[in-house]
Write a new protein. Structure first.
Ligand code: 5AD
Ligand code: SF4
Length: 463
């Protein structure tokens, strides 16, 4: 492949967007675009945006303003730069962006980026006379058109499902990503094999509602996520499997069994609950109770006793009382999450909750958010401290911030920094955990006992 153009992609939001960005780079590579780390001299800039929480559109406009300076400079010097806004803000606010930001040449949503080569061909010129808005939901899925993916490194994302039909009242995803769609089993297995051939050891199966997966197998039967995980685990070279993001309602027995039977399935599960109050869960349209969530956690833990959980919480949803908040705090105490994200509720235009009037005051939200974050932080610190003294297999993903250190993840998805030779990047290595700072761990590579020939070889090399 001959690279003669520079492509700068900035990605906001979820792993799905990270995956989409890497696929956009794959599509543009045959056109000569090579990804670069800085926007200054780029021939094309893509802002892959997220619309899930507040100020999403403002952030995009301020980024466009910043990048316009680069574009103007390049154009003044006789060059050109295509500017594109992609992702969920593009999907939701495409026409508005077109109107307000003349510097933007292309706007496309998450379901049309496979048409990038045609869009690029149309939108040539410094201030593209042929500006494009492409926010359809095409009949045929983009997956039928995407080229083979390039190297993603030690830990790779694989999109298996997209869109959502759940319509939680606060959420824009069903509107920006569209209806639920599951990729066929053979396409996923092929992609997983190629990722392994390219050196990936861990695969994270991705979907907005990943455990709603119901893909077709070659024999015409429909498979759920549990079966799919078993099939992916049989691929030689895949050492670790994760999946995200799941919904409590779609945790079925097959998936629970997969946690029991598939050792490659990592003992960490992100299972968003949003609230611990039945009243809030109902108005959020989550369609389960807090006790049902507790039961699911108990069933999963029975299947895989070392399994730990993380979650998402929304604080200050319309109508949330002190008691509702306390119910959420109690759920956190009961489950003892290993980590979790919590967000202040923000009304998203076009969602049912945006019309609710019994709003919670901003200062009340702030107090509740702090309380939740402190409680979660305590459990996270406790869990991390419990890991100190243990030896865990760590997948080294990249160089650490400090010289001579590598950064990796434990099976429980804890970030860990370890002094180690760069050659160990991409390897799973036994590490003795020596310390914990609330959020991250530190450790030392275990050199005396090694579990595989590969490991021994690498340690000898790195010594
Ligand atoms: N306000 C606040 N948080 C939200 N999330 C989704 N929509 C909103 C919103 N309108 C959070 C949920 C979800 C996570 C990805 O983002 O907790 O699980
Ligand atoms: Fe949004 Fe709910 Fe669908 Fe998750 S399940 S993507 S929160 S609508």
């Amino acid at each position: 492949m001959k690279f003669n153009k520079k492509l700068y992609i900035k990605t906001w939001g979820c792993q799905m967007n990270v995956y989409d960005s890497s696929r956009m780079a794959d599509i543009l590579a045959p056109l000569g675009y090579m990804t670069v780390e800085e926007p200054d001299d780029a021939d094309m800039i893509i802002l892959n945006t997220c619309h899930i929480r507040e100020k999403a559109t403002d952030k995009v406009f301020s980024e466009i303003g910043r990048l316009k300076i680069h574009k103007d400079k390049k154009v003044e010097a006789g060059g050109s730069m295509l500017m594109a806004v992609a992702g969920c803000v593009a999907q939701a606010e495409g026409d508005f962006i077109m109107k307000r930001a003349p510097t933007v040449d292309m706007i496309f949503g998450p379901q049309t980026y496979h048409e990038l080569p045609e869009m690029v061909a149309k939108a040539t010129g410094a201030y593209g006379e042929n500006r494009i808005v492409n926010t359809e939901f095409p009949e045929k899925t983009k997956f039928d058109f995407l080229p083979e993916e390039q190297n993603q490194g030690a830990s790779a994302f694989l999109s298996i499902q997209e869109g959502c039909d759940k319509f939680c009242t606060f959420c824009v995803v069903p509107y920006t990503r569209g209806a639920e769609y599951s990729r066929p089993v053979d396409k996923i297995v092929d992609e997983a094999k190629r990722l392994v051939d390219n050196g990936s050891k861990e695969i994270t199966l991705l979907g907005q509602n990943v455990n709603a997966y119901h893909g077709e197998n070659v024999d015409g039967k429909t498979w759920g996520l549990g079966r799919l995980i078993e099939a992916v685990a049989e691929i030689d070279g895949i050492e670790q499997i994760r999946y995200t993001t799941s919904h409590p309602r779609d945790v079925d027995q097959e998936l629970i069994d997969a946690h029991r039977d598939v050792q490659k399935l990592m003992p960490f599960l992100h299972l968003p609950v949003q609230s611990g109050s039945d009243k809030m869960l109902k108005v959020m349209n989550r369609k389960h109770t807090a006790d049902r969530y507790r039961e699911i956690i108990a069933d999963l833990k029975k299947a895989r006793p070392d399994l730990v959980f993380s979650s998402d919480f929304i604080v200050g949803f319309p109508g949330e009382t002190d008691q509702d908040h306390e119910d959420t705090m109690q759920l956190i105490r009961d489950v003892k999450f290993a980590s979790a994200y919590s967000f202040k509720y923000s009304a998203r235009p076009g969602t049912p909750a945006a019309n609710m009037t019994n709003l919670v005051r901003e200062d009340v939200k702030t107090v509740r958010l702090t309380q939740i974050q402190e409680l979660i932080g305590e459990f996270q610190a406790e869990f991390n401290a419990d890991t100190v003294g243990k030896t865990l297999p760590i997948l080294f993903e990249r160089k650490g911030k400090k010289e001579g250190q590598l950064q990796g993840r434990s099976p429980f998805y804890q970030a860990i920094n370890v002094p180690a030779n760069e050659r160990l990047i991409g390897q799973i290595v036994d590490v003795h955990v020596t310390d914990s700072t609330g959020h991250a761990l530190t450790g030392e590579v275990v050199t005396a006992v090694s579990t595989s020939e590969n490991l021994t070889e690498n340690i000898v090399k790195s010594a």
